[in-house]
Design a protein around this ligand. Structure first.
Ligand code: APR
Length: 248
């Protein structure tokens, strides 16, 4: 028994080009907290906006480094969930599939997604804050922020902080894919951070069917052509199942 409208399935089955935008909600069922859930523990006193900035790093590099070290370890100890794997299956069923993610946990590629655009970088990569050289390994003695072997500068996570520009190549590819797609999915994101938020609207303006899969309503819910409320790790596998069933 599928719980998806027949016209939605018809659109998706006939779509040549599909774009999926994901946010932290897609990794929530892997045990990683989203940005705007109630934070708990050590980091509850901070907001991402207070830590994920060049200013915060300049003012207190150790605090910012430790926050990302804690998040990196959480990501390394967690695994992609059924939602990530369902997106791998969806990519196999669509001639031109583009996965645009705001997530930095690397789970989409780890699950097997191929055409992934990481708009906000990747927490598993570390680079020098001065010369930009990537660090394959570093020693974190817990007392000081590790430094670059090339120039001695402080190391930082290779993620995009508030106020920093997004990787232009990835952004350009995401905008182009959104403009020509037949179906645009917004999954597990509160759609509050640009430019991700505007990608969905750009797609719909060009005639794409806009689909939202999210645990709560967002500013996109009202304008989406189809909105499915719930957990992506539950809804996406059911969607793959519905696509596999013979259409009635
Ligand atoms: N399934 C589907 N949606 C979920 C789930 C789930 N299991 N769990 C949570 N959600 C939804 C929440 O309801 C929320 O709308 O995922 C969304 C997560 O929103 P945010 O926490 O704001 O994360 P995100 O949209 O990815 O934030 C965007 O903001 O802080 C910056 O750079 C950071 O990339 C991040 C960006």
């Amino acid at each position: 028994m599928t719980d998806f409208p027949a016209d939605f399935l018809r659109h998706l089955k006939s779509a040549e080009r599909v774009v999926v935008l994901t946010g932290a909600g897609v990794s929530q069922e892997s045990g990683l907290r989203t940005f705007r859930d109630d934070p708990i523990g050590l980091w509850a006193q901070y907001k991402p906006e207070e830590l994920a900035t060049p200013e915060a790093f300049a003012a207190n590099p150790k605090l910012v480094w430790d926050w990302y070290a804690w998040r990196r370890e959480a990501a390394q100890n967690a695994r992609p969930n059924a939602g990530h794997y369902a997106l791998v299956e969806l990519e196999k069923r669509v001639p031109q599939f583009t996965l645009v993610t705001q997530n930095v946990d690397g789970f989409h590629r780890a699950a097997g997604s191929q055409n992934v655009l990481e708009l906000h970088g990747n927490i598993r990569r570390v680079r020098c804050s001065v010369c930009g050289a990537f660090a394959d390994a570093w020693t974190d003695d817990g007392a000081n922020v590790p430094t670059c072997l090339q120039c001695g500068g402080l190391l930082r996570p290779d993620v995009i902080w508030f106020g920093e520009s997004l990787p232009q190549a990835e952004l350009q590819s995401a905008v182009e894919a959104a403009r020509i797609c037949h179906v645009f999915f917004s999954i597990g994101t509160s759609v509050v951070v640009q430019p991700a938020a505007s990608l969905a609207r750009a797609a719909q303006k060009e005639g794409a069917v806009l689909v939202e899969i999210n645990a709560e309503t967002t500013p996109l819910t009202q304008t989406a052509d189809f909105a499915f409320r719930g957990k992506s790790g539950e809804i996406l596998p059911r969607l793959i199942e519905a696509l596999t069933l013979p259409s009635r």
